[in-house]
Design a protein around this ligand. Structure first.
Ligand SMILES: *Cc1c(COP(=O)(O)O)cnc(C)c1O
Length: 380
């Protein structure tokens, strides 16, 4: 069944981290350069401009050496003060993380919750904003734990009418789902290296609007490494206050070049197409779509009754070298399967994933029968 060398390599079909393409891997493996040099500053300048294109913003995009959560925390400690009240649109584990950070920082937090699998409801947000004053509203573009896509455009319009800033975790949604940071009134948009940017984890990004900076100036929360004012100052000379993730940033120069060659809209279309390819197959196998308004970054499905997702994932990893993700949290663990199709994931990767999945399901007593995939060069 494993027909080529490539097919025998482990395949990441998790919604982060995602596969790193070979041209990027080659650069990651190159001898290290020093960051206080013109060579590095030129790279940093180029990637910072490239990131502005990806985020669709004219605001500067700052880079942290951290995983995505570091940028999420930065979006609270810089723009909020103790006693401030924020609104979190909670629809899964990642959007809930904003509330957890707020709690740790002594920021008052209202959570507008929806059941897992549903998106934040703009009408409910409008009602919640009426007559209340928030420092900031926090949401996710794609809520990766449930596969839901939020209507950031509609919510951004509502928040823009208030004094609150709008912060969006676009870590998994970026380049998979449309995001228009400036046009949609997003004041702080957050990304990370290990999703559709096709890199290992290690760098996180924040696009910051003037409205957000105004909130930062009076900020009274202790911060040092995550103090974005340091990054803004250093950015004037295309520098960073601390040692950057040099190799990741060099890899990013390459991946942004690949992304720009394909086109940003083309990435949204490709991810949607991949989603459209596997979803009907999964449904025909009795795996029901979990989210109502799904993101194109990943597909989350409910597993048939009697299938233990934890065991299934182990079979896929051990016997097929395919890494998919399960449900997060007590309610979804073992019952939901999540398959990433952003970044460098190609059609043939998903076909290999489906093949593995049909094998794994059959092994657990849920045979799915013959499925013929009409993909170039691959039928069975
Ligand atoms: C992957 C992901 C994160 C990642 O956080 P890390 O700190 O990089 O693990 C955050 N938010 C969302 C929506 C994600 O998909």
């Amino acid at each position: 069944m494993l027909s080529s060398k490539q097919d025998s390599q482990p395949l990441l079909l998790s919604p982060g981290p995602t596969p790193v393409p070979e041209p990027v891997r080659d650069i990651l493996a190159a001898p290290l350069i020093h960051h206080r040099t013109d060579e590095y500053r030129n790279i940093f300048r180029a990637v910072s401009e490239g990131l502005q294109n990806v985020f669709r913003t004219r605001n500067p995009v700052f880079t942290l050496a951290s995983s995505g959560t570091g940028a999420m925390e930065a979006s609270l400690v810089n723009f909020c003060s103790p006693g401030d009240r924020i609104l979190v649109l909670a629809c899964g584990k990642f959007s809930e993380r904003f509330a957890e950070i707020a709690k740790a920082c002594g920021i008052e937090c209202d959570c507008l919750r929806v059941p897992y699998g549903e998106a934040a409801d703009p009408d409910a947000v409008e009602k919640q904003l009426e007559g209340r004053s928030y420092r900031a509203v926090y949401s996710a573009l794609c809520e990766t734990s449930t596969g839901v896509l939020n209507d950031i455009r509609a919510i951004g319009r509502l928040v823009a009418r208030t004094d609150a800033i709008f912060v969006v975790d676009a870590i998994s949604g970026l380049l998979a789902d449309r995001l228009e940071t400036d046009d949609w009134n997003v004041d702080v948009a957050i990304g990370a290296s290990q999703k559709a940017l096709m890199l290992p984890p290690g760098a996180a990004f924040l696009a910051v609007s003037p409205k957000a900076w105004a909130a930062a100036e009076g900020g009274r929360l202790p911060r040092y490494y995550l103090d974005l004012r340091r990054y803004r100052k250093a950015f004037e000379t295309f520098d960073t206050p601390f040692t950057p993730a040099i190799s990741i940033l060099r890899g990013l120069e390459k991946s942004l070049e690949m992304i720009s060659d394909e086109g940003i809209e083309a990435q949204w279309v490709r991810c949607a197409k991949l989603a459209g390819m596997i979803r009907p197959v999964l449904e025909s196998w009795g795996l029901e779509m979990f989210p109502r308004n799904p993101s194109s970054a990943l597909t989350a499905v409910r597993l048939p009754a009697g299938i233990d997702g934890t065991v299934l994932l182990k079979i896929l990893r051990r016997d097929y070298g395919v890494f998919m993700a399960g449900g997060q949290g007590d309610a979804l663990k073992g019952r939901v399967l999540r398959i990433g199709h952003m970044g460098a994931v190609r059609e043939q990767d998903l076909l290999r994933g489906l093949e593995a999945l049909s094998g794994g399901l059959a092994r657990l007593g849920h045979p799915v029968g013959e499925t013929v995939f009409d993909a170039p060069g691959r039928t069975r």
